[in-house]
Design a protein around this ligand. Structure first.
Ligand SMILES: [Zn+2]
Length: 187
């Protein structure tokens, strides 16, 4: 089974410092939904792993989060794509849970639920905590320059084995072509 794990905010949709708290605030990054559809067509199952601390901060209730995800899934379906699952962490940083990235809990849950080892599984994110969570879970981090990605790129400078692409569309093209570096870094 080919699997790819994606972050949501800053990878699929535009990032916001104010959190995405309503379906209206969820706006796809151009090309991202089509990129997921191309991954599906190439045989990839696509799963999301996303921090949604706005829930724990009580800026967003679960019903609204589900409505946001309905919008995302609907637009994605129109583009011809589908998500196998959405794993999210609702906690605040101070809750000290095991699932908020950079901790690997969401990734480990995905591995358990899908019964798939994460070695060589690409994980696309736009921030250092995505990279760190992927590494901690044994997956292969990939950065995109959308969202917080340009900051993160500066953070991984010198760790040149972490591939960086302009956006999800560019990363997907490399994955589909089978040219993604899948070496996995141990600490
Ligand atoms: Zn959590």
């Amino acid at each position: 089974m080919k699997l790819v794990i994606l972050d949501r905010d800053g990878v699929i949709n535009q990032e916001s410092d104010e959190f995405i708290k309503s379906p209206e605030e969820w706006q796809a990054i151009p090309g991202s939904l089509e990129a997921i559809a191309r991954l599906n067509q190439a045989g990839y199952r696509v799963v999301l792993a996303t921090n949604q601390s706005a829930v724990g901060r009580q800026l967003l209730d679960m019903e609204t989060l589900l409505r946001i995800h309905d919008k995302m899934r609907y637009q994605l379906a129109e583009a011809g794509g589908t998500l196998d699952a959405i794993f999210f962490c609702p906690h605040r940083p101070k809750d000290n849970c095991d699932c908020r990235k950079p901790k690997p809990g969401l990734f480990l849950d995905i591995a358990a639920r899908l019964r798939v080892p994460l070695a060589n599984v690409p994980a696309v994110g736009d921030s250092m905590r995505d990279v760190e969570a992927a590494q901690a879970a044994g997956a292969c981090p990939i950065l995109v320059r959308t969202g917080n990605g340009q900051q993160a790129e500066a953070g991984v400078a010198g760790r040149s084995h972490i591939p960086v692409y302009d956006d999800l569309s560019a990363a997907a093209d490399v994955l589909i072509a089978g040219r993604i570096p899948t070496m996995h870094q141990s600490q």
